[in-house]
Design a protein around this ligand. Structure first.
Ligand code: 5AD
Ligand code: SF4
Length: 448
């Protein structure tokens, strides 16, 4: 869970918004947009739910646990609405999309349910709720209208920003709820993306993170738009933008054209997130991923050949229906071959309405957990070993703010990891060379 609370420019902030964000970067990005939209209605962010005039949970339903957490959280937060206090309680994101009106029926203290295609309605919904109106909006909207509703954030200027390039997903991996709760895939107009990046560069932003459920398939279904590789090259031409990252990628759409960018677009980051999900061909087939273990490894190999210093991160699901011990060993051996610097690993969780939910999920929980433990143990070893190799090396760091301790500043190196080092705040906004003196599991300590 992420608390999004930062300063917004507004002259009349007299109400307080408490928000919790669950799940992916897409939700973090939406939450930033919500803060900006609600600032226009006089809401300022707060970290104190008890003092707030509005509580909003921006939810995720990718895995079952996340969903139940939202229900528990709502049950806890409702205590602040007792004693006749006028406080708006709202749910947005994927659980809102999935459950819709049902949530209003189940939870009498809930005021608003905002689906994933309906954020633009939030201001009028909040105005209605201030007058006591309860409302749920979860209708998917058509593509023409969607093109004009891509989020662009007008909040306080920062050095690194997300830029949404596409939304939704048409892949229907057998385990995944995303196509159902985020809708069909749509690519944003490249002209709009480039205008936004130019504006961000003018505002002082130096790093953009191109965001979407599957950015690699950007433009593939729209003749008039460039491919993702071409889009990256166009973004790279914008003066003032020094770094480009993207997330998240589907290996099947990692084309040679896109891989080539790692060889000759100097601004492209030294880190790639390429979720494999499994190392077993049998499981990949049941997941409907559209690639094999060998073709995945071949793509990683090509990227590493072009950019030997690149680090790879990924996602793995353990305990998919029918996963045998041998399948699981294949996943561990894939990890040995790729050597991820970081890995997000999940126990398979059946999602209602997905194809995999119809498969028999009869692997005992203890087996799934034991596999997850082994996988995480291996990953800890890899993370530690890879991190150590940076000790003594020099990284180019975009300094983004104050560091962990007084007298320190902090930023990200090319590989996307946080680097803290002694320095004063005049360095914020510049890219400096920092020698790494100590590697921690998730960050580095360095010296200028
Ligand atoms: N069960 C477990 N993990 C899942 N993910 C997506 N759907 C499920 C599911 N049903 C994981 C995948 C994906 C990440 C965002 O969440 O690894 O890449
Ligand atoms: Fe889900 Fe697969 Fe689409 Fe990723 S590519 S969002 S895992 S359906």
């Amino acid at each position: 869970m992420i608390l999004v609370a930062y300063k917004v420019r507004s002259t009349m902030l007299n109400k307080l918004l408490y928000m919790e964000t669950f799940g992916c970067q897409m939700n973090v990005n939406d939450s930033e947009r919500i803060v900006t939209m609600l600032a226009d209605l006089g809401y300022a962010p707060t970290n104190d739910p008890a003092a707030s005039d509005m509580i909003l949970l921006n939810t995720c339903s990718v895995r079952g646990g996340a969903e139940e957490k939202v229900y528990r959280r709502l049950a806890n937060l409702r205590i602040y609405k007792r004693d006749g206090k006028k406080q708006i309680i709202a749910v947005g994101g994927c659980v809102a999309q999935q459950e819709g009106e049902e949530l209003l029926r189940k939870l009498p203290y809930l005021d608003l349910v905002i689906g994933t295609h309906n954020l633009h309605l939030l201001p009028e919904m909040v105005r209605g709720a201030e007058r006591g109106e309860r409302r749920s909006e979860t209708t998917f909207i058509d593509n023409d209208q969607r093109l004009d509703l891509f989020p662009s954030i007008k909040g306080e200027s920062r050095l690194s920003r997300f830029v949404t390039v596409m939304q939704g997903c048409d892949n229907f991996c057998s385990y995944c709820i995303v196509p159902f709760v985020r809708g069909r895939e749509i690519s944003r107009r490249s002209a709009d993306i480039l205008t936004e990046v130019r504006q961000l560069a003018d505002d002082g932003v130096r790093e953009v993170i191109l965001l979407g459920q599957n950015v690699n398939s950007y433009g593939l279904k729209t003749e008039s738009e460039p491919t993702f590789a071409e889009l990256i090259r166009q973004v790279a031409e914008i003066d003032g933008i020094d770094r480009i990252r993207f997330t998240t990628s589907h290996p099947k759409d990692m084309s040679d054209e896109l891989i080539a960018c790692f060889g000759d677009v100097a601004k492209l980051s030294g880190q790639i997130h390429l979720p494999a999900q499994s190392g077993s061909d049998a499981v990949l087939k049941l997941m409907g991923r559209g690639y094999t273990r060998d073709s995945y490894l071949a793509k990683v190999h090509k990227i590493k050949t072009l950019r030997p210093d690149i680090v790879v991160t990924g996602d793995i699901i353990v305990g998919f229906p029918g996963e045998t011990d041998a399948d699981f060993e294949e996943t561990l051996s894939l990890m040995e071959q790729v050597r991820y610097i970081d890995l997000f690993s999940f126990v398979y969780s059946p999602r209602p309405g997905t194809k995999a939910a119809e498969l028999s999920d009869d692997l005992p929980r203890a087996v799934k957990m034991a596999r997850l433990d082994r996988l995480m143990e291996l990953q800890r070893r890899h993370t530690g070993e890879i991190s150590q190799t940076y000790t003594g090396s020099v990284m180019s760091v975009l300094v983004e703010g104050e560091g962990k301790f007084p007298g320190q500043v902090s930023g990200k190196g090319e590989i996307g990891r946080i680097v803290n080092f002694p320095g004063d705040s005049s360095l914020i906004g510049s890219i400096v060379d920092v020698r790494i003196i100590k590697a921690y599991p998730n960050s580095f300590l360095g010296e200028l």
